[in-house]
Design a protein around this ligand. Structure first.
Ligand code: SF4
Length: 500
């Protein structure tokens, strides 16, 4: 019997000359983020196409190709890639798949399967007998890198453009979820959202490319190009009328990175489902995760302080980037009248989680799941936490285990850990519904308390709204007065405006 040696997959080169006729496939985020990333890739001269929306069938396809014990995000995304390649092959032929498409994904090292995604994708290529299809793995933390052949070049203008695309996608998503549950005209938020994404697609695609490394960095730091684009978007949202007196439990979504950001069949469309059940959802921005990675560099430096040469200088550099990151996010947030939530402070998350989860246990979202739950609870940001845990995910299993102790210390915290397997929808949603029922009760009690405290009636508020119609704009900012519910904060705000 012939013995074949193991050979690691090595993609064929992708050359600069091939760029014009080669489509870069990518995926894994929401349709909004992907459309904006597509714009940025096109801005840099690439043909780009996001993978199609994840469907339930991707899980079954994924299981056919990769290790059956793989976590559900890996299985879904590997299945999605397989389905895409099969569909392209059917339409355009096998040779074109190999010659005119490449797939780009990111990776990082770490104890979880995130560091092994490419292995699963390689199994897909093997299974499809497409080992000469080109698949490139990029390092998440490198500003400049290139794939073999130079056809794919991740340089400073592209990296910074992608960071802006991610920020803008996050901010729009926050705005969307803060608006849709309160919209007066059903469907208007989704329509305006689509228009906004298309407007931003055009703006990002036509971004001026100024400078290479340092020049590009300075331009992105000082330009108001993105702020202007978001101000145009705000004008579209100004026309959405909302009714913030609807009493809704606020549900903060946490969990594994892919599962919590995903919007679709990969997580039973749970965010939409929660809205249909009467909740307001706080979606998780992708930007928090990048902020976590930057700050982890800082924490690691601090841990080794005595052994590091030029410690203060190195710390100052990391701190500078950490602050710049938040400054940029906040600058963009301001263009949308600060309706999207600010990024949580990473040191606070770490300190909150510390008694339950050691921050050097990285993998998945690390200590952040505990930190975020406690942060939302202590700051009364949400009535309930819904943590999406993938089947077969070690980091999330650790976090859910540690949450048992957190709940022992804070029995009042409403926490719904939902295991997502892809094929147990009824079970998962009914678990979530049990906790949601209690969250609804709390939202109502809180609202009644606020009415009593302010002495206002619904009628008083409605009359006041007639005098000040701007209060019913989706872009009118209601400050947080220490209540989780939007309706409760709204009543307090009206009382303050009335001078009560
Ligand atoms: S964090 Fe969990 S679900 Fe996500 S890639 Fe790692 S093992 Fe898979």
């Amino acid at each position: 019997m012939e013995v074949l040696d193991y050979r690691a997959y090595k993609p064929k080169p992708f050359t600069k000359e091939e760029r014009a006729k080669t489509t870069v496939l990518f995926g894994g985020l929401t349709w909004k983020h992907e459309r904006l990333i597509q714009a940025m890739l096109e801005n840099m001269g690439y043909r780009a196409q996001p993978l199609p929306e994840i469907r339930r069938i991707d899980l079954d396809i994924g299981k056919e190709f990769i290790d059956v014990g793989a976590c559900c995000p890996t299985t879904f995304t590997a299945g999605n890639l397989a389905r895409t390649l099969m569909e392209i092959e059917k339409k355009e032929g096998r040779q074109k798949v190999k010659d005119e498409y490449v797939f780009v994904t990111i990776g990082a090292c770490g104890p979880c399967r995130f560091g092994q995604y490419h292995e699963s994708y390689e199994r897909v290529l093997e299974g499809l007998n497409l080992r000469d299809f080109r698949l490139f793995l990029l390092d998440l933390l490198q500003m400049e890198q290139s794939a073999d052949g130079g056809g794919l070049e991740i340089n400073t203008p592209l990296t910074l453009g992608l960071v802006y695309a991610m920020f803008i996608g996050d901010l729009l998503t926050d705005l969307e979820y803060a608006t849709r549950p309160y919209e007066v005209k059903k469907g208007q938020t989704d329509q305006v959202l689509k228009d906004s994404v298309e407007l931003l697609y055009e703006r990002l695609k036509n971004r001026p490319i100024k400078g290479k490394k340092f020049g590009s960095f300075v331009w992105h730091l000082t330009t108001d190009y993105f702020v202007k684009a978001l101000k145009e978007v705000k004008e579209l949202w100004d026309h959405i009328e909302v009714d913030r007196l609807r009493i809704k439990p606020k549900v903060k979504i946490t969990g594994e990175f892919w599962l919590q950001t995903h919007e679709g069949e990969g997580n039973y469309n749970i965010k939409r489902w929660l809205e249909q059940e009467g909740a307001e959802v706080i979606p998780p921005p992708i930007a928090v995760w990048m902020d976590y990675l930057i700050n982890m560099e800082l924490f690691k430096l601090e841990d080794k302080k005595e052994f590091i040469k030029f410690y203060h200088l190195k710390k100052a550099v990391v701190l500078f980037f950490a602050k710049l990151y938040r400054y940029t996010y906040d600058k963009l947030r301001k263009s949308l009248n600060n309706i999207p939530n600010p990024l949580p402070d990473q040191r606070t998350l770490k300190d909150l989680a510390r008694p339950y989860f050691y921050y050097r246990l990285t993998g998945g979202e690390g200590h952040m799941l505990i930190g975020k739950a406690l942060y939302a609870y202590k700051n009364r940001q949400a009535h309930m936490i819904c943590e999406l845990s993938p089947y077969g995910c070690l980091p999330n299993t650790m976090s859910v285990g540690a949450m048992a102790k957190v709940l022992g210390d804070y029995p009042d915290l409403l926490y719904a850990p939902i295991e997502i397997k892809g094929d147990a929808e009824v079970h998962a949603l009914s678990r979530c519904q049990m906790i949601l029922t209690e969250a609804k009760k709390r939202a109502r009690e809180e609202f009644e308390e606020v009415l009593e405290k302010t002495g206002l009636s619904i009628e008083d508020i409605r009359n006041f709204e007639l005098e000040k119609p701007e209060l019913r704009k989706a872009t009118y900012k209601i400050p947080h007065y220490g209540y989780a519910g939007t309706a409760s904060n709204y009543v307090i705000h009206i009382a303050k405006l009335m001078g009560r």
